[in-house]
Design a protein. Structure first.
Length: 353
């Protein structure tokens, strides 16, 4: 364990006071008091008792709510005190440091000027992803002092240790995720995993630092290949757009096709029922005719003949006249020639109207 005291983050410890050599100062005052005109041994003893009381009371100190007290005994860290009134042995046996522990400090993992060009690539921030791609990442780590004693005396350079541990944690977490996750919506999830792993590393090193937040500010491909990477990203976007359009067309055409199929099915069912009903009616009609035929064969045969002739002649364009005169009884027959058109032609004219 190193006893060298590092510099605080802001350059000075709030509440730290330079040591005062009370013993030498008191001896000098006692000599002056003893050699003054009219001084006695009783006066010297009174001064010594007063000095001893003041020297003992000099060990009382107060730790503010935003501080921790680091008690040193002959320069060695012995304990860390919490906010409130405390006591330590008077100087020079013990002294106390009062660092601020509630202020949030920031560590920036990037170039000093933030400029990344072809001539000045950020090679230090390049890392390998889980799918064997390379990315450059800038991050900000926000931290507080958790244990002031450990922060001051457990490691020689706590901020340098924090920087190395943060870079290691980021590389480890990014190496377990594909490049698309680091570039898109899972960036915050990666930052949260980095925070957990970084805190675990710092606790194992006993640095005395608490990580409040990790932000991945910039995650990009290397500068040399960023144009090609953007082309790939645009191609993926086009692919996704085409897929979405295909899904939209599918969602539009399938319901209509299902509706059309259902309509055809219902029409077929209706045609089936109609055909069955007609067939059953024809069968019943034939059965009735057959029954009539058995009862009066001549009459039934003549009736069927007349029905057949009527069915055939109804579609004919010829006019048949009984030349014997038996059918007209000397009356001039009325022949509506306009009505003697073929049935197909008459039907077409009806449809045209």
């Amino acid at each position: 364990m190193s006893e060298t005291q590092p510099s605080p983050p802001d350059g000075s410890w709030s509440g730290d006071r330079p040591p005062v050599d009370f013993l030498s100062l008191a001896m000098e005052r006692m000599r002056q008091f003893a050699h003054r005109p009219g001084g006695t041994r009783r006066d010297v003893g009174l001064v010594a008792v007063l000095f001893a009381g003041l020297w003992g009371a000099s060990g009382i100190y107060k730790v503010q709510p935003d501080e921790q007290g680091v008690v040193l005994r002959f320069g060695k860290w012995v304990e860390t005190s919490t906010p409130g009134l405390h006591y330590h042995l008077p100087y020079p046996m013990e002294s106390v440091l009062l660092p601020k522990v509630t202020s949030v400090n920031q560590l920036q993992l990037t170039r000093t000027d933030g400029i990344v060009t072809a001539a000045r690539p950020a090679a230090r921030n390049q890392m390998l992803t889980g799918d064997e791609n390379i990315v450059e990442a800038d991050a900000a780590v926000f931290w507080q002092i958790k244990d002031a004693g450990a922060y001051l005396f457990k490691v020689f350079d706590p901020e340098g240790t924090l920087k190395v541990a943060a870079e290691s944690a980021i590389r480890d977490v990014v190496s377990r995720h594909p490049i698309q996750a680091a570039l898109s919506d899972k960036r915050q999830q990666i930052a949260d995993l980095v925070k957990v792993e970084l805190q675990s590393l710092l606790d194992s090193y006993q640095v005395g630092i608490f990580i409040t937040q990790v932000q991945l500010q910039r995650v990009d491909p290397p500068y040399a290949v960023i144009d090609a990477f953007n082309d790939v990203q645009r191609a993926r976007a086009d692919q996704e757009r085409a897929r979405n359009e295909g899904e939209a067309y599918r969602n539009d055409i399938l319901p209509r096709a299902r509706g059309e199929a259902e309509r055809i099915k219902q029409e077929a069912e209706a045609y089936k029922a109609q055909t069955i009903n007609i067939s059953e009616g024809e069968a019943k009609k034939f059965a009735a005719i057959h029954q009539s035929y058995k009862q009066a064969a001549d009459v039934t045969a003549w009736r069927l003949y007349l029905d057949s002739v009527d069915e055939v002649l109804r579609k004919s364009t010829k006019v048949i006249i009984d030349s014997s005169g038996k059918g007209v009884s000397g009356v001039v027959p009325y022949m509506p020639l306009s009505e003697g058109k073929p049935a197909t032609q008459a039907m077409s004219q009806e449809g045209a109207r």
